[in-house]
Design a protein around this ligand. Structure first.
Ligand code: NAI
Ligand code: MG
Length: 326
């Protein structure tokens, strides 16, 4: 039985980078695709950004390949993450030979809590003057993230991880987050240290080589991973995986890039690296390695898209990647 993959391009350059990536996947595996839609264009047409069929397809597929949506992205991705019970977002950021990077020694993985923190959606407008937001941190979600981090570190031969937080200010919520994850690390015998997330931003900008795996709350992970994208050469390179217990949604970190959408020049590397993470998640390890090496060698030798200083199209890059597959 073939794996069934929900394919959701979304809006804008999602319609360029996702088809280019499917061509690469088709060259290494024989998956069955369920093509579905969501996002701004769907909302304009039907009044709602996330059709029931899409939610159903993503909830039941073995994995989902997602492009990006536009202004409706919170209304699309948050329910989808919930549908697959995705409690962690894995965001690796590493430099690649041939790509100009602000910090050539970057090789980090951010494990971002994916369900709570300030993105739990508990906001209120109390009066004309006053608005509030509740920051939700539970011991159970922190423990689950800690368990995942320990298993990730053990499976991928990392020395340990660093918790990013701000427990000097958010004493109760980040206090619980840090204490719980440290406790889990101790149970697993995994090395753990911690850093204030603001200081970490400075250290990442100046010397990212001091970090390896970073475990952090939702908002911190969002911001630090975009910072990491800047260090390694831009948003067009960073993949991500929203992982649940037995399903996952794999998507580039970038958005739908309305400024270049329709020109056919979006960099497909982030989505192709996301597809490699999808392959790995489904235990297609050699295919994942093949895709990753082919994309890396294309980044090194070209052709490259304009965001990396080249003049190639998305399809030129896909052709070059497919040529390099074994
Ligand atoms: P963005 O990531 O779409 O674009 C930021 C800049 O990076 C733009 O100059 C864009 O051209 C460039 N860029 C991004 N991906 C690229 C690629 N693959 N190749 C070449 N250049 C690339 O972020 P922005 O502009 O802040 O947001 C645009 C829209 O996307 C907004 O409506 C936003 O809400 C949405 N968005 C959706 C996300 C998602 O679906 N997960 C994530 C981030 C933003
Ligand atoms: Mg973001």
């Amino acid at each position: 039985m073939n794996e069934r993959i929900a394919v959701l391009p979304g809006d804008g350059i999602g319609h360029e980078v996702v088809p280019a990536t499917l061509r690469v996947l088709d060259a290494v595996v024989d998956f069955e695709y369920d093509h579905v839609e969501a996002g701004d264009a769907v909302a304009e047409r039907t009044g709602a950004p996330l059709p029931e069929e899409t939610l159903e397809a993503v909830s039941t597929a073995d994995a989902t390949l997602f492009g990006a949506t536009g202004e409706t992205s919170a209304d699309v991705i948050l329910p989808l993450r919930e549908a697959v019970d995705s409690f962690v977002n894995i965001r690796p950021a590493r430099t690649h030979p041939g790509v100009d990077a602000v910090q050539p020694d970057t090789d980090i993985v951010i494990l971002r809590e994916n369900t709570e923190g300030v993105y739990a959606g508990i906001e209120d407008r109390l009066s004309e003057d006053v608005s509030t937001l509740t920051r939700l941190v539970t011991q159970s979600a922190s423990r689950r993230l800690g368990e995942f981090a320990c298993e990730y570190v053990e499976a991928n031969d990392h020395d340990g991880f660093t918790i990013a937080h701000k427990n000097n200010v958010m004493r109760v919520t980040d206090g619980l987050f840090v204490d719980t994850i440290e406790e889990v690390a101790t149970e697993h015998g995994v090395d753990v240290d911690d850093a204030y997330m603001d200081a970490m931003a400075t250290h990442l900008a100046m010397d990212p080589s001091q970090y390896d795996v970073i475990v952090c709350p939702n908002l911190a992970g969002d911001v630090l991973s975009d910072l990491a994208a800047g260090l390694v050469g831009g948003l067009g390179l960073l993949p991500s995986a929203n992982v649940g217990s037995d399903r996952g949604i794999f998507e580039p970190v970038h958005g739908c890039a309305p400024d270049i959408a329709g020109e056919g020049v979006a960099n497909p590397a982030a989505t192709m690296f996301s597809a490699a993470m999808l392959l790995e998640f489904l235990d297609y390890d050699s295919e994942a390695d093949a895709v990753r090496s082919a994309v890396e060698s294309t980044l090194e030798d070209g052709p490259r898209t304009p965001d990396l200083g080249g003049s190639a199209t998305t399809d030129d890059v896909a052709d070059a990647v497919i040529d390099r597959l074994p």
